[in-house]
Design a binder for this molecule. Sequence first.
Ligand code: DI6
Ligand code: FE
Length: 397
Amino acid sequence: MAMILTNATLATMTGGYGLITDGALVMDRGGILWAGPAADLPRADLPVHDLGGRLVTPALIDCHTHLVFAGDRAQEFEMRLNGASYAEVARAGGGIVSTVRATRAAQEDDLFTLSLPRLDAMLAEGTGTVEIKSGYGLDVETELRLLRVARRLGRVRDVAVRTTFLGAHAVPPEFAGRADDYLTEAALPALRTAHAEGLVDAVDAFCEGIAFSPAQVARVFDEARALGLPVKLHAEQLSNLGGAALAARHGALSADHLEYLDEDGVRAMAAAGTVAVILPGAFYTLRETQVPPIGLLRRYGVPMAVATDCNPGSSPMTSLTLAMNMACTLFRMTPQEALLGTTAHAARALGLSDRGRIAAGQRADLAVWDAAHPAELSYRIGATRLHSRITGGRIDA
Ligand code: DI6
Ligand code: FE
């Protein structure tokens, strides 16, 4: 149904905030037909929905989450507060592998039931597109189960789910010390099967001393290329292995985390058009002190996205507006950069050109806020000011 939205401040996210006060918008068939100042609204005999002067942004896009998993890691949180490092916890058989144990033991319905409230929490804060990674199964059957649950979540809620295969997230215990065998015998076959079932939109890996080497990541990327799938990478989170440059060489959509990124990596990302996905929730939770090189990314014109990294170990967080607040306060990103990071630049990190801005031709995925200015979304600490969501042109109360 076509409809006109009036009496709104539009943050179109074209050329910065792209603010239009006293704006109006025409939606039809799930898309935006027209957006601009109300005074220029084309004459049309359509139903009108008055937004009461509220702020309208593109629906937020959470472009990096590990939303589907079982169990929690509150005890490791306590271990770390008692002095253990993240890497020490991982070597002691905890970390990602402990979530893998809980996830393998969970049936598909259980995983779905456990994950749905996390998704609902995201939607309640204005998220309209969410990326969900596998990576807590680490065997063929469980990796496929995670991706099926992710797709199912997208069918039961008004949200677009994009799936990312992250089989190269950790080496499971049965392959301890044999990372290459794990890739050959489990991760790459899982990727091929998942792709054949239409379960994969992109491929990711964790390039780190406690995970996979650059040469091993390259094997995963080569397989992705053979299947025609775009790649992204967890890079330079705990140390600098040159992951971002490796990702850029493979034309990656994004390199994510990046606390230990250096200027060579930034330059490589700029040349390749690879988005920097900034994940302040993990920085905060791990009590990291090395800040990602925001100033260098800015100077080289690398687009920055911001995401929750929602996961049970390093970022037990579903609030994207809290991630924006942290990106500003911890990393000195500006509120405008933070909002670009959860709209236009997040879309780009997922390879999507049909969302993330308010403009003719974009999907009518919008968030309506009880706010006057978009800086408020980053300014308040975990205090949601969402009024309503519009998804594919449908208005949710
Ligand atoms: N880096 C992270 O921060 C998450 N995965 C990754 O590669 C942590 C995942 C976990 O600890 O469960
Ligand atoms: Fe992650």
